[in-house]
Write a protein that binds this ligand. Structure first.
Ligand SMILES: [Fe+2]
Length: 321
């Protein structure tokens, strides 16, 4: 018998195997049109309100958030039946609820470290805890019983050099798989909160840059001659051919095994709260003999933040987005 109050146990390793799709969207031209319409793009830091931080050459906009479309015209793509079917298959789930959709536009850059995506936990998925806390919660493995299974479908539109997607479906100590360009409308749906993955170097080495000088308020604008322009303080500081920018569209959906599991998510009968999160971290550090001070306000206690970020991190310290 299913019990709505029972902890939800995911496999500690990969729960859901990746599913590749050669044709992600039946209307790829519609996607291209929306990508053009999304200009001017904000930096990743600005979109996520990480005030004052640079995000290098990474720009984004949201098409859907909190289970709702937020960008005019994106709704049909948000409910893409190809993704819903693949998520059911991969996650062995009956109830698929699209939760977010976003674009990523990346300038030519060196490869990024492998990482897990920011996880979703029951009771911590709507900013109940500060966003900096989500990555360490995921890397710690301590909140596994509250993890919401999430399918991530990444579709690429990039025919340039590099930019491969490398992923480790059987863990970091087993061989990786790689999706390489040219890819247009090609997609992999996977368990990116549990499966390590990374993006390889984008563009020729001579084109690559870390863009540490691109500020929080910079924008990426498409000009009439179809060039991507980095604009800061009203001035164009860098320009790229259309095809030099690696475009990907990321879709995420909650995957509930059945209506009972979805119901226990909806009625909040198995939710974390911020105090539980702190208590679980503290109990773990105490049991491991790691010194720490009792946390104050999570949003202002810098000592607590630095401690948690240093103790619970990806094996090579990769960032999560
Ligand atoms: Fe990722």
């Amino acid at each position: 018998m299913s019990d709505a109050n029972a902890p939800v146990i995911r496999s500690t390793n990969l729960l859901a195997p990746p599913v590749g799709m050669d044709i992600a969207f039946s209307d790829p031209q519609g996607i291209s049109d929306l990508i053009d319409k999304g200009s001017a793009y904000k930096t990743l830091s600005a979109v996520h309100k990480n005030t004052g931080e640079t995000s290098g050459g990474w720009f984004r906009n949201f098409w859907a958030l909190g289970e709702k479309g937020v960008f005019d015209g994106a709704e049909p793509f948000f409910y893409n039946q190809n993704f819903i079917n693949a998520a059911k298959q991969s996650f062995q789930a009956e109830v698929i609820r699209p939760v977010a959709m976003m674009t990523n536009l990346n300038l030519p850059a060196p490869g990024a470290p492998f990482h897990l995506d920011l996880p979703f936990f029951r009771g911590a998925q709507n900013r109940e805890v500060p966003s900096w806390m989500l990555a360490p919660m995921g890397y710690s493995g301590l909140f596994h019983n509250w993890a919401i299974p999430v399918a991530s479908a990444i579709t690429w539109f990039y025919d340039g050099v590099g930019g491969e997607f490398e992923y480790w479906p059987n863990g970091l100590n087993r061989p990786s798989l790689t999706e390489s360009p040219p890819y247009s409308n090609r997609c992999v749906l996977a368990d990116n909160e549990y499966m390590y993955h990374r993006v390889g170097a984008i563009g020729d080495p001579a084109e690559q840059n870390n863009y540490d000088d691109i500020g929080y308020d910079a924008t990426l604008c498409l000009s009439g001659d179809r060039k991507w322009n980095v604009v800061e303080d009203g001035k164009t500081t860098a320009m790229f051919d259309y095809g030099q920018v690696r475009v990907s569209v990321l879709w995420k959906a909650y995957c509930f095994k059945n209506e009972v599991e979805a119901g226990s998510f909806d009625d909040h009968s198995h939710d974390l709260n911020p105090q539980m999160v702190a208590d679980i971290f503290c109990a773990d550090m105490k049991s491991r003999g790691i010194p720490f001070t009792t946390p104050g306000d999570f949003t202002t206690d810098k000592i607590w933040k630095d401690k948690i970020l240093s103790v619970y991190r990806a094996p090579d310290g990769g960032a999560s987005y």
